[in-house]
Design a protein around this ligand. Structure first.
Ligand code: BGC
Length: 412
């Protein structure tokens, strides 16, 4: 402990010199790249050097594969975008630098909402610094198409299907989505929230309760999920999430169910989120807030210069100024308490208000699709079952519920 606090003080008081960091992330879509640019420019403005280690691929699967090979070669980057269970697992293996001495010294804990603090802590260690809170349960819709067709935004899944049928009858693709398993998992999880409700979601994914996973509610949720297959774009194979967003913006599709990184993409295309494209809680999930907490972890290093650079970066990430600038572009909300929301778009303000309310009412739910709710291998098993199911027109919901339960049990 003595050594730790000495090292923190020593690091904080080293003379200011240029720091260099390599940062792994998968923020590569137009909007995401703009957000990285915000971070990079704040970092380089302080006279530091940024080595970008960007790996293509929404959901981060490829980024994680690349990171594993670098870590196995004993050459990890100084910092990486790691979150949820993935973060815990890397910390459990002993790869990550414990940031709690810094957090204590600089009073970070009181600046983080409880959910953020808890998600990022393990056995008293702070495993990463937060960069923003994304809400996952959103429905985005193209207002112009809705107005032209005289449609009302759906607030439950029955209404969603009714609207989708009307759109389809006018040759408009109802739902912008690609066939990547993680995109399908986002859709599935919002159906689970909207059709099954909060307790169902908790029991199924947080408690992994066998009776819930195989029960009638799960069968209903799966049946609804399967029904949505009729509304995807013709070219849905290989469609990336941001291409789906572009389809929505351009009027090639009427709705998208996706986390609010969509907003980064809308702003990059000069759309004002909340206006041309409306944001609503996904059907049936008003009041609930499924979260995806983005965070950056630091890999253990020996070189004092690298340690210093990590400390500098962590401090920058924790400033309200950075959090405001970054999250305004990224689509998320700051992961610090009492952020100044005055310059954020109306979807972000909505998200922040809902976050506060959900926090009070116990309605904050970790996103399964985004790796916040289950261990990584269990999440992968769930994604496999769901995507096989969604892509097989003859798949049977009852059997799939049993398969899902079995897959989750075998990875427990
Ligand atoms: C990340 C977001 C990112 C999204 C799409 C999520 O897993 O947490 O920051 O924008 O994937 O790439």
């Amino acid at each position: 402990m003595k050594w730790l606090s000495f090292s923190v003080i020593a690091l904080l008081s080293l003379p200011v010199s240029a720091s260099q960091v390599e940062v792994l992330h998968w923020w590569t879509s137009g909007g995401e790249a703009n957000a990285v640019e915000v971070l990079k420019s704040e970092w380089t403005e302080q006279g530091n050097q940024w080595n970008d280690f960007a790996v293509q691929g929404g959901g981060g699967k490829s980024a994680m594969t690349v990171l594993k090979s670098r870590a196995l070669a004993a050459n990890p980057p100084e910092a990486a975008h790691l979150k949820g269970y993935e973060l815990r697992e890397w910390a459990g293996l002993g790869f990550l630098r414990d940031l709690s001495p810094m957090a204590e010294h600089l009073g970070w804990y009181t600046k983080m909402p409880a959910m953020v603090r808890e998600t990022l802590s393990q056995n008293g260690a702070l495993m990463a610094v937060p960069t923003g809170i994304h809400r996952v349960n959103w429905l985005w819709l193209n207002r112009k198409l809705f107005d032209e067709q005289g449609l009302t935004p759906p607030t439950d899944w029955n209404q969603f299907v009714a609207v989708a049928e009307r759109l389809k009858a006018h040759n408009i693709t109802p739902l912008a989505i690609g066939n990547e398993p993680w995109q399908l998992a986002v859709l599935f999880e919002t159906v689970a929230l909207g059709e099954g409700g909060k307790e169902f979601y908790r029991k199924a994914f947080l408690e992994q309760d066998s009776a819930t996973l195989t029960g009638p509610d799960m069968v209903r949720v799966l049946t609804r999920f399967q029904q949505l297959r009729a509304y995807v774009p013709q070219k849905y194979a290989g469609l990336k999430w941001h291409q789906a967003t572009n389809l929505l913006e351009s009027g090639g599709a009427a709705m998208q169910v996706m986390g609010d990184w969509v907003k980064g993409e809308l702003s990059a295309g000069n759309y004002r989120p909340g206006e041309v494209i409306a944001c609503l809680p996904s059907p049936g999930s008003a009041g609930l807030f499924s979260y995806n907490l983005d965070s950056i972890a630091m890999f253990k290093q020996r070189d004092p210069a690298q340690l210093q650079a990590q400390g500098d970066l962590a401090q920058l990430l924790m400033t309200p100024k950075f959090q405001e600038a970054f999250n305004r572009v990224k689509g998320s909300i700051p992961a610090l308490t009492n952020p100044d929301m005055s310059k954020f778009d109306r979807c972000a303000v909505h998200s922040y208000q809902d976050f506060l309310l959900a926090e009070k009412q116990g309605n904050l739910l970790p996103s399964m699709a985004e790796g916040m709710a289950t261990p990584t291998n269990m999440r992968q098993a769930i994604l496999d079952v769901l995507s096989n199911f969604f892509n097989d027109p003859n798949a049977n919901p009852e059997q799939t519920a049993l398969r899902l339960e079995r897959a989750m049990r075998s990875t427990r």
